[in-house]
Design a protein. Structure first.
Length: 190
């Protein structure tokens, strides 16, 4: 049985001079440093044999995927299943968010107010993974997504609760990637 490999790449750093929590807000492109992060990741991924690229619909992920795609001569596909978390605090100053809301983002109180839940994120990410496993069995795929969805998926698959402490210790930095390998139903994260 052939191994399926999925590279989960977090988009590069975003141009955000006003320092707001952008979430799913439109028009947040990569910064110059963010582009360089993705060029570095591209150099690392170039010889891996990637046959398909998926990106979330956000500008920063489409730009990140585009940099890699140009190097590999592959047209990226867009999937809403790997989109950024639907945040109720989008538009808020990032310092205020980190100070007052970040550690309580996924509480029941915020879910009732419209915050996307961890369970909803897990459901859509697992649905995407199921599609990939069927559609690209035995291939190497690049998925350009966002920090929370990737980290939440990994925690769920490893049977670990996604807590603020887990997030702080395991969060994927911009421009970095994790590798998920499958053979049948057995998988490993690197």
């Amino acid at each position: 049985m052939k191994k399926t490999v999925i590279y989960f790449l977090r988009h590069g750093e975003v141009h955000n001079p006003k320092k707001i929590l952008y979430g799913r807000l439109a028009r947040f492109p990569l910064s110059v440093a963010g582009e360089q992060m993705i060029y570095k990741a591209t150099r690392e991924l170039k010889g891996t044999g990637i046959s398909c690229i998926y990106a979330s619909p956000m500008l920063r992920t489409k730009q990140s995927a585009g940099i890699v795609a140009k190097s590999l001569d592959i047209k990226p596909k867009i999937s809403h299943l790997i989109n950024e978390v639907d945040l109720i605090f989008a538009g808020m100053d990032t310092q205020a968010f980190k100070k007052f809301h970040q550690d309580k983002l996924y509480t029941k109180e915020n879910i009732v107010r419209g915050q996307e839940s961890i369970e909803a994120i897990v459901k859509r990410m697992l649905k995407f993974l199921s599609i990939i496993k069927k559609r690209h069995k035995g291939e190497k795929i690049l998925v350009v997504s966002h920090g929370d969805p990737i980290t939440i998926l990994k925690a769920k698959m490893l049977g670990i609760n996604f807590t603020p402490e887990y997030k702080k210790a395991n969060y994927l930095k911009t421009g970095e990637y994790l590798t998920l390998s499958f053979i049948g139903e057995k998988y490993t994260w690197q």
